[in-house]
Design a protein around this ligand. Structure first.
Ligand code: HEM
Length: 560
């Protein structure tokens, strides 16, 4: 039986003893447990947190570049309590782990916990592994084929037009927060394209849905910007999940808002498709959901939004077909799409506007290409514009919003290497080790992109160096941002189409430049679940934002 002291002294003695035992375990592990003595790595003296404090001290990615330069494509770091983690940028090793060995590597339970929190259940794609992940992914891939993505283009165009209108309405402001606009736009787009749900974010910022999403992001990511204790505890003691959020009630309230929206869109669709059951009707009544609400009224049968395809696919399967997903599963994927489909696109788009505002010559060059095809250009033409493509790839290369991919070994394995390390042609990796792929390191390897690999120079994608053409690093079109293998982002094509359409409309109407105040121009990238821009003088605990000056280049369009 656990002895729980009641006096303050007793509690202090208990805590002190626990810390002493933890430190002893860490120290012993540190001294005696290193399965990779032939692999180098930077020293650290932090027994409990290993290299975490050093990683969090500098802007995202910086320290990894230094270590990569010093220790090469494979090195080791220490994690919590002396655990060893391996960092890879060797293409053969990365391909083996991310692509070839598939589900031998996956997400650590502590990471899956966070996905389960945010996706509101255990069925969301982000937290699934193995066969469960396979069947949901199969369904998702079917909804994001290139042809279907192109068919969603008119919806994206509608919101890109709204974006232009909002910027004209607010043009008198001296400065605009580009991150805020992009978030609203991306949320509107994903809501409409996925479920015909009008989130209304562009027209009325801070809608309850947007606020709920933002509050959850801030809550979940707050622990990773201070000392990494809660994040580390979560990773090692996932069963403590609810105790590790500062305000679980607030979290729950916001999650309920998201789940309610998910129910609204699911049952509106089911009604429209004629597959609403008696049980569904009871549930809707119990939740007080109005299926004829204006927000979801956008939908009409025949619009192939993502959810309709999921429901139709599922309806066609036999009840005992293992690929058939019941409502609980589909509800979870609705939340997955809200998360996966808006924050990452909005943040990537924001970094792109940052680069274009710092590089006005590039902005002008891409504007001329866009003016050349005109606002009515069809989606295929838009997707093939070479300079637009180069600009987006270059910004993604320099700014990976997800920062890194971490995979945990679920079984013993032997990892091949392209270049031996201290005579070892491969690494014997036991079960239960963390392998880390820092996107920025993978994207900016000087051996692939040359000495100026940290510079924004879109032309490098037009006249690609031979090493880049021959590069075998897995990823999406030469960048690591969208992960790879069986977890490659299913929405990458959609995200890029959306960014292209937004650029087409925004750059042909406005010029974007850095603010006049030099202090407002100093931007840093810190982790807030994703790598977001922060104004340097406000620090990394402030709200992320990107101040930008917007100047109209022509009169506001008159809409019919
Ligand atoms: C520039 C924008 C985007 C970036 C950088 C991005 C990045 C990523 C990354 C790194 C992953 C892998 C996460 C992991 O390892 O678990 C991922 C997965 C995913 N993304 Fe994206 N994403 C973007 C846009 C989108 C959009 C617009 C959608 C939907 C329309 C989307 C849907 C998904 C889904 C469903 C997954 C889960 C895939 C799986 O687990 O198999 N993403 N994304």
């Amino acid at each position: 039986m656990l002895f729980v002291p009641s006096s303050p002294l007793g509690i202090a003695v208990l805590l002190g003893s626990l810390i002493a035992v933890a430190a002893l375990v860490a120290w012993l592990r540190w001294l005696y447990h290193d399965p990779f003595p032939y692999i180098d790595g930077p020293p650290t003296s932090n027994l409990i947190f290993g290299h975490f404090p050093e990683i969090l001290r500098e802007e995202v990615g910086i320290v990894y570049h230094r270590w990569h330069e010093q220790y090469g494509p494979v090195y080791k770091l220490r994690g919590f309590m002396g655990a060893t983690r391996l960092i890879f940028s060797d293409p053969v090793a990365v391909r083996h782990i991310m692509v070839t060995r598939g589900y031998t590597y996956g997400k650590h339970e502590g990471v899956r916990v966070v996905f389960r929190w945010m996706e509101g259940s255990k069925y969301g794609m982000g937290s699934l592994e193995g066969d469960d992940h396979k069947r949901v992914r199969k369904m998702m891939l079917h909804t994001f084929t290139p042809a279907h993505v192109r068919s969603l283009h008119p919806t994206v165009r509608e919101y890109a037009d709204q974006f232009v209108d909002v910027l004209f309405q607010e043009r008198k402001q001296a400065e605009h927060d580009m991150l805020g606009y992009n978030r609203s736009a991306a949320l509107d787009v994903i809501g409409a394209a996925s479920y015909g749900y009008a989130t209304g974010g562009l027209q009325k910022k801070n809608t309850p849905l947007a606020v709920a999403l933002e509050t959850i992001v801030t809550q979940v990511s707050n622990d990773t910007i201070r000392v990494p204790l809660p994040a580390v505890l979560r990773a090692h003691f996932p069963s403590l999940e609810w105790y590790l959020l500062a305000d679980t009630r607030l979290f729950h309230r916001n999650l309920e808002k998201l789940r309610r929206v998910a129910h609204e869109v699911l049952y509106t669709r089911k009604k429209a498709l004629g597959v609403l059951t008696k049980e569904d009707e009871k549930l809707i009544e119990g939740m007080g959901i109005d299926l004829d609400s204006e927000r979801v009224g956008n939908f009409a049968l025949g619009i192939d939004d993502v959810l309709s395809i999921m429901l139709r696919d599922s309806a066609m399967l036999d009840p005992d077909d293992p690929d058939k997903l019941n409502d609980e599963w589909i509800l979870a994927q609705i939340l997955v799409l809200f998360w996966a489909g808006h924050e990452s696109t909005a943040t990537s788009m924001t970094w792109l506007f940052y680069e274009l505002s710092r590089n006005l010559d590039v902005q002008q060059k891409v504007r001329e290409e866009l003016l050349g095809v005109g606002l009515d250009c069809d989606v295929r033409t838009l997707l093939e514009l070479p300079y637009l493509n180069a600009v987006i790839h270059e910004s993604l290369r320099l700014h990976s919003t997800s920062g890194q991919t971490i995979r945990w070994s679920f079984a013993d394995d032997v990892i091949p290497l392209s270049t031996p390390i201290n005579g070892h042609k491969s690494i014997v990796l036991p079960t239960g080790y963390e392998t880390v792929f820092n996107h920025s390191t993978l994207n900016c390897r000087p051996e692939i992109w040359g000495e100026d690999s940290f510079k924004f120079r879109p032309e490098r994608w037009i006249d690609m160096p031979a090493a880049a053409k021959e590069d075998t690093m897995p990823g999406w079109e030469g960048v690591a941002n969208f992960a790879s293998g069986h977890r490659l982002c299913v929405g990458a094509g959609f995200a890029v189409m959306e960014i292209k359409e937004v650029l087409l409309r925004l750059l042909t109407h406005f010029e974007f430049s850095l603010p006049d105040d030099p202090e407002e121009r100093k931007i840093e990238g810190w982790n807030r679940l994703l790598t977001k821009p922060f104004v340097k003088r406000e620090g990394k605990k402030a709200a992320p934002r990107l101040p930008i000056k917007i100047t109209p280049l022509r009169a506001a369009p008159v809409r019919a």
